[in-house]
Unconditional design. Structure first.
Length: 97
């Protein structure tokens, strides 16, 4: 079974306190579904239409586990804490291995 990768790119952050509140709740919700953070932070280099803002890459045992994490009550609480603190995009993709 191929792993699932969850990629979050931030377009803008307007409230760092909301980001911190979100992170406290999102981590446990992601980990509860087998997710592990592989990379988190501000992009060190961007190309083409890239935005030099926060990016997070997580890996899950499967795409189904990544989707279940996103759709979980725990992650819903994290999203509520984030509110309008950031504009982001999330993509869940299947690994090639």
């Amino acid at each position: 079974m191929a792993k699932g990768y969850w990629i979050t790119t931030y377009k803008s952050i307007s409230d760092m306190n909301k980001i911190e509140a979100y992170a406290k709740l999102a981590g446990p919700a992601i980990e509860a579904h087998g997710g592990i953070y592989l990379a988190r932070g501000i992009a060190l280099a961007t190309y083409e239409a890239g935005i030099k803002e926060r990016t997070v890459l997580s890996v899950f045992p499967s795409v189904e586990a990544a989707i279940a994490a996103h759709d979980s009550d725990g992650y819903a609480a994290a999203l509520a804490a984030l509110g309008d603190g950031a504009v982001r995009e999330i993509r869940i993709v299947e690994g090639t291995e």
